[in-house]
Design a protein around this ligand. Structure first.
Ligand code: SF4
Length: 357
C-alpha cells in the first residue's frame, strides 16, 4: 500500500513542506497548489494524469516522489449503514477507520492515529494489543482520502485506534494537510481530536493548532479512573480538569467529555453529581456512551432506567448531555474490534494449519 523506495510520499507533506520539496528540485512555489488540487480535490495519484504540469516536472516527480493511495483490505457494513474499514500498511500492520452515517446524506469518519495504543485503558480492546507504532501524517490523511471514496464526510474524529496526543507531531501535521484550502479544505470546526488526558500535550495542541477537543473522562473519582485509565495515575482528575479550563477554545465551542457508562461502576447519581462539580467553569458538552459489550468484556452496560436517570440529572443542571447511539453494533463497532477479529481468525487459521492430521 505504501511505496517502500526512497521516494517521498507527497501525502506526508504540508503545503510548506511541499514548497520546500519543490524548491529542492528547482520548481516554483505555486506548483504546490496545483499538486495539492490534483491529489486532494481530484483524487489523482498518478503524475502522468496531472496534465497541467510540464512533462519535465512530471518526470522529475516520478523519480523523486509518489502519492500513496489506499483501498481497504476488509470492510464490514452494519445494518444501520456504519462501515468499518481495515487497511493493511506497508509493514504489514493494520489500522481501522469507521464511517458513521448521519441523518442527511453525509457521514462522520472516525480515524486512527497509531497502530495499537500505549495507554492501556481497561475497557478498550485496542489497549489490550499494546503499542506498535505511530501512524505517519500520510497514513492518517489516507484514511480520510479513502473514506471520501464512499461519499462526503461532514466530520472527522480522531477516536479510532491510538492516543492522538501521543503522536502529536504527526497529528498536527495531518491537521495542517486536512485544513489546507488548496487540498481537502476542512474547517477546524469539523475535526475533533480526542485524548485520554495527556495533560502537557493538551496544552501543546492548543498552542500549535485549532481543533475541537474531546476528553475521554469516564469516571468522577481518581479511584475509579485509575482503574479504568492508567494515565490517570500520572495526570489525576484535578490536573486534567485544570488543563481543560485553560484550553484555548474559539468562540461558541465547547470541550466534549466522553463518558462511557458502565454498570455499577460509574453510573450512579452520586457520579452524576460529582461530574457536575468537575465540569464547573468548563465550557463542556457530555457524550454519554452506554458501554458496548463485546466478547470477553469485563464490564456491562447499565439498564435503560439508570442511563436516562444519569442523563436527566445532568440536563436538569444545565449541562449539555447527549446520549450517543451505539452505531454498528452488529459489526465489531468498538475501536479495535475488527482488528481483533481479523487477528483471531488469522491465529485460528495458523493453528489449523499446524494441527497434524
Ligand atoms: Fe488507547 Fe483510546 Fe483505547 Fe485508551 S481508549 S487504550 S487511549 S485507544
Amino acid at each position: 500500500m505504501m511505496n517502500s523506495s526512497s521516494r517521498i510520499d507527497l501525502k506526508n507533506l504540508t503545503r510548506e513542506q511541499l514548497v520546500e520539496f519543490l524548491a529542492g528540485i528547482g520548481k516554483e512555489r505555486f506548483r504546490s497548489q496545483q499538486l495539492m488540487a490534483w491529489i486532494y480535490k481530484r483524487g489523482v495519484t498518478d503524475f502522468d494524469q496531472m496534465t497541467d504540469l510540464s512533462k519535465d516536472l512530471r518526470t522529475t516527480l516520478k523519480e523523486k516522489a509518489y502519492v500513496s493511495d489506499w483501498l481497504p483490505e476488509a470492510t464490514e457494513v452494519s445494518r444501520d449503514g456504519t462501515r468499518k474499514y481495515l487497511y493493511r500498511l506497508d509493514d504489514g500492520e493494520t489500522v481501522e477507520s469507521v464511517r458513521i452515517p448521519m441523518d442527511n446524506d453525509r457521514a462522520t469518519l472516525c480515524i486512527s492515529s497509531q497502530v495499537g495504543c500505549a495507554m492501556g485503558c481497561d475497557f478498550c480492546l485496542t489497549g489490550t494489543f499494546g503499542f506498535k507504532r505511530h501512524l505517519t501524517a500520510a497514513e492518517i490523511v489516507n484514511q480520510v482520502c479513502a473514506g471520501l471514496k464512499d461519499g462526503p464526510l461532514q466530520n472527522i474524529v480522531f477516536m479510532g485506534m491510538g492516543e492522538p496526543l501521543h503522536n502529536l507531531d504527526n497529528v498536527v501535521r495531518s491537521l495542517e494537510i486536512l485544513y489546507d484550502p488548496a487540498g481537502l479544505d476542512y474547517s477546524s470546526r469539523k475535526i475533533t481530536v480526542s485524548t485520554c488526558g495527556l495533560v502537557p500535550q493538551m496544552a501543546e495542541l492548543g498552542r500549535r493548532i485549532t481543533a475541537n477537543l474531546a476528553v475521554s473522562l469516564n469516571a468522577t473519582t481518581d479511584e475509579v479512573r485509575d482503574r479504568l485509565m492508567p494515565i490517570n495515575k500520572r495526570y489525576p482528575l484535578h490536573e486534567l480538569m485544570a488543563a481543560c479550563r485553560v484550553f484555548p477554545l474559539p468562540a461558541k465551542r465547547r470541550i466534549t467529555f466522553e463518558y462511557i457508562l458502565i454498570r455499577d461502576l460509574n453510573d450512579a447519581i452520586a457520579d452524576a453529581k460529582r461530574l457536575v462539580k468537575l465540569l464547573h467553569g468548563v465550557k463542556a458538552k457530555v457524550n454519554l456512551i452506554p458501554f458496548n459489550e463485546h466478547e470477553g468484556a469485563a464490564y456491562r452496560c447499565p439498564d435503560e432506567t439508570t442511563i436516562s436517570a444519569f442523563q436527566t440529572y445532568l440536563l436538569d443542571r444545565n449541562i449539555v448531555a447527549v446520549r450517543r447511539a451505539s452505531k454498528g453494533q452488529d459489526i465489531s463497532a468498538a475501536c479495535g474490534q475488527l482488528k481483533g477479529k481479523l487477528e483471531k481468525q488469522q491465529a485460528e487459521a495458523q493453528q489449523n494449519v499446524s494441527i497434524p492430521t
